[in-house]
Design a binder for this molecule. Structure first.
Ligand SMILES: Cc1ncc(COP(=O)(O)O)c(C=O)c1O
Length: 393
């Protein structure tokens, strides 16, 4: 989260004064409809037909998205080896098995390896727009279409970004966002799905609210039989904060992109290699990425005085080789609730090893990111650029 202040305070105050914190309520009795309005405005902003906000974050939203697509035991879902563990754990939460694929130099899913890893059991792929960098959606969606595979976009780290003029999240069958504290906009914790598919939306709606679905106004519109899921309802305070955060979003992105552009312009004559980006215009500008020939060179640059660089290889659970519970098949509270033990999943690819994606480990160990801040002053930007120039000499 980059910016928060008086606007959010005002919105929270109104909700507290209304004394109606549950997402459901009667507007004629003073209920403010913050969650419902957020969902409508968010669907419009992203360019999708439906949106559903939930507590439990991007992790729950990813699992709900897969469940909405009827993915479960017997299914394989392809995920990149560079993403937060939640992307893969959500597949297990749905009862399916994650298959780990390589990234390419763009730090996102390698379309070639994705295609290579498809088998008759592959039901979905989750391209992840890591660090706000858009995945190669044209190629990924094209391959998925040819093989009849569903696409769930993990846009948790790329809220508001776009690819070829369309907002990230609107390019697959379902898009997923996180609003946790570390994301571009935030309400502390929370997640959201968007989709154009009414049946997916209904299934996610029922799954995310196993109590009120029986009573709520939206229950009347649901055509599928109501089943038992979880309780992941968003509350009115979340909706109110996010509506204020949403108004800040395009300003944050435009400042991040301006700063990234300055870094790229100022450093291009040094001969440094920037990490390639699938769509520079749509990139969120959260980071500027540099690539080197070796980890040693990368570390030397990152450590340069005033550079404040970091290597993605050091980011623990964002790299598949550190997903111990998954690599070791430790899932669920009971052995029979562990998808790795489900009879339907017998024969699926679950033989993981720490070195199964060597390209991914290589790219992550010779990439350096510098995290950008939309509120940097011109002087701070200038100093950052100067430090990079010095370290690159
Ligand atoms: C790429 C990615 N996917 C999923 C998640 C999970 O989101 P949450 O923490 O809101 O559950 C995160 C969170 O850091 C993430 O970075």
């Amino acid at each position: 989260m980059y910016r928060i202040g008086d606007e959010e305070l005002e919105e929270i105050k109104k909700v507290l004064q209304s004394k109606q914190l549950l997402r459901y309520g009667d507007p004629s009795r003073g209920h403010l409809q913050e969650v419902v309005n957020f969902e409508r405005e968010w669907a419009e902003k992203i360019g999708s037909g439906y949106s559903l906000l939930m507590s439990g974050g991007g992790t729950s939203a990813l699992a709900s998205a897969l469940i909405g697509l009827d993915i479960g035991p017997g299914d394989e879902v392809i995920v990149p080896g560079y993403t937060f563990i939640a992307t893969a754990s959500a597949v297990l939460n749905a009862g399916a098995i994650p298959v780990i694929a390589e990234i390419d130099e763009t730090l996102t899913l390698d379309p070639e390896d994705f295609e290579k890893k498809i088998t008759p059991n592959t039901r979905a792929v989750i391209p992840v727009h890591m660090q706000g960098l858009p995945a190669d959606m044209d190629r990924i969606a094209g391959i998925a279409k040819r093989h009849n595979i569903k696409v769930v976009e993990d846009a948790c780290q790329a809220v508001g970004g776009s690819y070829r003029g369309k907002r990230l999240g609107s390019l697959g069958d379902v898009g997923v966002f996180s609003f946790n504290y570390y994301k571009i906009i935030s309400c502390g914790e929370g997640g959201c799905i968007v989709t154009d598919d009414r049946s997916v939306y209904e299934k996610v709606l029922v799954y995310h609210d196993s109590g009120f679905t029986f009573l709520s106004p939206s229950a009347k519109e649901v055509e599928i039989p109501i089943f038992i899921g979880l309780q992941l309802r968003a509350n009115e305070i979340m909706g109110a904060i996010l509506r204020a955060q949403m108004r800040r979003l395009d300003g944050i992105l435009s400042d991040l992109r301006r700063i990234k552009k300055t870094f790229v312009e100022e450093l291009k004559d040094t001969g440094v290699r920037f990490a390639p980006v699938n769509d520079l215009e749509g990139d969120c500008g959260v980071v500027v990425g540099f690539q080197f020939d070796s980890e040693m060179e990368a570390r030397k640059f990152a450590r340069g005085e005033g550079v404040n660089g970091w290597l993605p290889i050091d980011t623990d659970k964002h790299i598949y080789s550190n997903w111990e519970p998954i690599l070791e098949h430790r899932v669920g509270h009971h052995p029979r609730m562990n998808p790795f033990n489900f009879p339907e999943n017998r024969g699926l690819r679950m033989d993981y090893s720490r070195d199964m994606c060597p390209e991914t480990l290589d790219i992550l160990s010779r990439t350096v990111f510098i995290s950008l801040d939309p509120d940097w002053t011109d002087r701070e930007i200038e100093e950052g650029v100067k430090a990079c120039k010095k370290a690159l000499k």
